[in-house]
Design a protein around this ligand. Structure first.
Ligand SMILES: [Fe+2]
Length: 249
């Protein structure tokens, strides 16, 4: 199936993008700060608000297991840079593994919502990632693929936990590149990360996450496991729809 990727694959894809802080992420970070300050005010806390942390970071600092994916709150999933290694026209499939794929297995499930927290059927979801050695398949489509959300907005992805690698932004923590698009809506490009206590390839995910220049903890997958050598993960996306885009014009 031929897909339209209006934001990708053009001559500018390899160009060095601006620092990992889009207007959208700035706005989101600002809103989180406001929410944190409001919460502190309501509790009568000291005037100095704490830096915002993700639920995963809060859990880690408190020594608790990572929480489940938060329920939809209507805030669009934060965007991230696409990176230079996206390839259009990937195969439609829910299992990205190919015969040569090794690594720690991962089954990722979730739901695609609109900003009113309504599930979106038929949303295009594209995934691409590196393998257990930190390599992207640039000649074929191993660990690349797209699918469409079900009638209830759900998706299931079978893949592996990617490894860290050295790229144009320094050492990248393990991440999965994702592009989500509601039917007729604008594309959201983001990256999903792994909790600090993830066990894979003998790597210290806490160190890798802490040193990643692009990481957004709000895009951390909620992991359970490993069990039987495999992880289960959950992440829900919130994206704008055509109607929401039109309202902003
Ligand atoms: Fe990457």
């Amino acid at each position: 199936m031929r897909l339209e990727h209006p934001a990708n694959g053009g001559p500018g894809s390899d160009a060095e993008p601006p620092p990992p802080d889009s207007r959208r992420s700035f706005i989101r970070a600002g809103s989180v700060t406001v929410m944190t300050a409001a919460a502190l005010g309501a509790a009568g806390a000291a005037a100095t608000p704490a830096a915002p942390r993700s639920p995963v970071e809060e859990a880690r600092r408190a020594g608790r297991p990572a929480p489940l994916t938060p329920a939809c709150d209507g805030h669009e999933t934060p965007a991230a840079v696409e990176g230079p290694l996206f390839k259009p026209h990937s195969p439609e499939r829910t299992d990205l593994r190919t015969p040569g794929t090794r690594g720690v297995r991962l089954e990722l499930t979730g739901t695609v919502y609109d900003t009113a927290c309504r599930a979106i059927p038929g949303a295009l979801i594209e995934f691409w990632q590196c393998d257990q050695n930190g390599d992207y398949d640039t000649t074929g489509f191993s660990l690349r693929g797209h699918q469409f959300s079900t009638g209830r907005g759900a998706f299931t992805l079978r893949t592996i936990v990617p490894r860290d690698y050295a790229g144009r932004w320094g050492t990248r923590a393990p991440h999965i590149h994702t592009r989500i698009q509601a039917p007729g809506g604008p594309a959201l490009i983001t990256q999903l990360y792994f909790p600090d206590n993830t066990l894979a390839y003998g790597r210290d995910f806490a160190v890798l996450n802490a040193s990643d220049q692009l990481i957004n903890r709000a895009c951390t997958i909620a992991l359970t496991g490993p069990a039987g050598g495999a992880y289960r993960g959950a992440f829900d996306f919130v994206v704008k729809t055509a109607a929401a885009r039109g309202q902003q014009r």
